[in-house]
Each structure stands twice: as C-alpha cells, then as structure tokens.
Write a protein that binds this ligand. Structure first.
Ligand code: ATP
Ligand code: MG
Length: 303
C-alpha cells in the first residue's frame, strides 16, 4: 500500500498495521465462509457488565464474513439468583442442576424469558437480526429424562430437528437458543446448555463449536492453560478426577461428543476478554483452548 508521503511516521505506521490486521484475517475468513459455527454463550461470562455489546459486535462480524452463527446461551448464575430470591435451594451434582418442579419453572422463566430477551435485544441493537427460541420452538430439541442419578427434570437431548435453525440462518436471522427441551408427552426439561450446543453443532455439521465461559480455557493438572489438546486427552482428564470439576465436566463431555460426531474443532474461550470470539476465530494466535478430534484430517492451522 502506498501512503501519501506527508503523513507523520506514527500515523503511517498505525494505518499500515491496521490494514495488516485485516489482511491477516483473510485466510480465516475464507476458511469459515458459508460454514455453521455454534457458540455457547455461558451464563458465567454473561455476568460481566459491559460485554454484551462487544459480543454482539463479534457476532455481527461473523455474519458479515459469511458465517452461519448459532448462539446457545446458558444462565446458571441467573437461575441460581432468582431461585434464591424465591427461597428455592440450589444443588448441583457433577455440574448439573438438580431440578424439581419449582426449579424447572424458574429455569424456564429465566432462560427462555429474561436471559434470551436480553441477548436478543443486545444483538438487535448492534445490527444483528437475532431470534430467541427454546428447544420447544419448532420441535428443535426432543428430550428424555436423564436417568442415574435422578436429578429431577434434567433432560438429555434425544433428537435435534434443526429445520427451524436452518430456516432462520437461510434468511440471515441469528438463532439464540435457550436450553429448555420437551419430551414426546410435552413435559419440559432443563438441559445443560453445553450439551444442547454440542447436539445442535452435530445436527448442523458445524465447522466449530465455541464455548465462551469465565475462565481463560481448560486448566490442566499443573494449573496452566492448555492451549491445544485432543479429544482423547479430554477423556483422560475427565477420568483422572480432580482436574476437571463442576461446570467444566459437562462442557468437556459435550466437546468430546461433538468431535466424535464430526464437528471440526471445539474452542474454549474467555468471555471476560473483550472480542475473544473474533480473536479466536480470525487471528493465528487464538486466545483459549482448542480441542481437535481423535483422528484429525490433514494438518490444520489454528483456529
Ligand atoms: N480444569 C478446569 N479448567 C477450567 N475451568 C474449570 C476446570 N474445572 C472446573 N472449572 C470450572 O468450570 C467453570 C465453568 O463452567 P460453568 O458451568 O460455571 O460456566 P458456563 O458453562 O460458562 O456457564 P453456564 O453454565 O451458565 O452456561 C469455571 O468457572 C471453573 O470454575
Ligand atoms: Mg455450565
């Protein structure tokens, strides 16, 4: 690029480096063009004030780059908050919320009502035509009760009917999915949002599944961030015990499930870092953890 000679050197440098950043994103934009990417937006990350807008901007950039983004949101801390206000006790078993009738009501109101509406509003305010839906809408997620241990109305996804999601994406709407699903009798279930994101990614044949949470990524046995690992390493870490705990258990299990079923890569990124989604997808460095399938195809550069 030729710049006018009269520009002061510091401005010339800044201008050139901005252009360079855009050009460096080009191969990644080409790679992701036309592909589906499922983003699980964690309730823990959502708690950070002021980050709704940069997240919406990131999704806007994905759309403009020709990516088909699907957002699945969590809302664990928010469900706990309103349960406490209503005097309902909260219990977790291996990162899954024990869900009695009252907790199911709160989860439905908070996730499919408040949290969904807030995310959709922030997206629309930033030029993204987002549409909120839960697993109930358009028959998106068929669930059954999870057995052993009995956690009440905690469901697991039996079938995904991604028609509604595809229809929205084809019309350039961004689906924002709350993790409530129903069984064939119409009974609702609270399903872990990581599992929902994973099943939707599989159904869409997504290129990537990105978990946005409140940690830098997966922290390994020595306390360091693991920036790249394979599905088999994740299985080993889960079996090891003591390293992967709480909400990271369903997240890693969902990551492995997605990779085994053909999703290209899983990423864990820190939602407390502004624009972490764009950084992970469009820069060579990446910012979090990248997990590859067991039998990778031809060598692929991250992300
Ligand atoms: N090895 C690990 N590496 C990183 N985080 C871990 C690890 N083991 C346990 N965790 C915990 O997992 C948490 C992330 O899961 P959590 O379910 O709380 O968040 P989320 O899934 O992003 O939000 P939500 O459940 O509301 O959608 C982290 O805050 C961290 O405390
Ligand atoms: Mg979680």
């Amino acid at each position: 690029m030729t710049l006018p000679q009269h520009l002061p050197p510091q401005i010339r440098e800044r201008t050139v480096s901005k252009a360079r950043t855009l050009i460096e994103a080009l191969p990644f934009m080409r790679e992701h063009f036309g592909k589906a990417i499922v983003v699980k937006y964690g309730g823990a990350a959502m708690e950070q004030a002021g980050l709704a807008r940069p997240f919406a901007e990131d999704v806007s950039l994905l759309l403009q780059a020709g990516i088909r983004p699907v957002i699945v949101h969590g809302g664990g801390p928010q469900v706990t908050h309103y349960s406490t206000r209503l005097g309902i006790e909260t219990t977790f078993v291996d990162g899954l919320r024990v869900t009695d009738t009252e907790t199911l009501d709160v989860a439905t109101m908070v996730l499919a009502g408040k949290v969904s509406t807030e995310i959709v509003a922030a997206m629309n305010a930033n030029g993204v035509a987002a549409v909120g839906l839960s697993g109930v809408d358009g028959g998106l997620l068929l669930a059954r009760k999870r057995s052993a241990p009995d956690l009440g109305f905690v469901g697991e996804v039996v079938r995904v009917n991604a028609e509604i999601v595809r229809t929205l994406l084809d019309r350039r709407f961004v689906p924002v999915v709350a993790s409530i699903a129903v069984d064939e009798q119409g009974q609702s279930y609270n399903v872990n949002a990581d599992a929902v994101a994973s099943e939707i990614a599989v159904a869409l044949g997504a290129e990537k599944l990105v978990f946005i949470s409140d940690v830098p990524g997966l922290i390994g046995p020595s306390g360091d961030l693991l920036s790249e690992l394979g599905a088999r390493d994740c299985r080993d870490l889960l079996a090891l015990g003591g390293v992967v705990e709480g909400g990271m258990i369903p997240k890693l299990e969902s990551a492995v499930r997605a990779l085994d079923a053909g999703v290209g890569r899983v990423h864990l990124v820190d939602g407390r870092v502004e624009h972490s989604l764009v950084l992970e997808l469009f820069t060579p460095e990446g910012v979090g953890t990248m997990i590859a399938p067991d039998a990778p195809g031809p060598e692929e550069e991250r992300p």
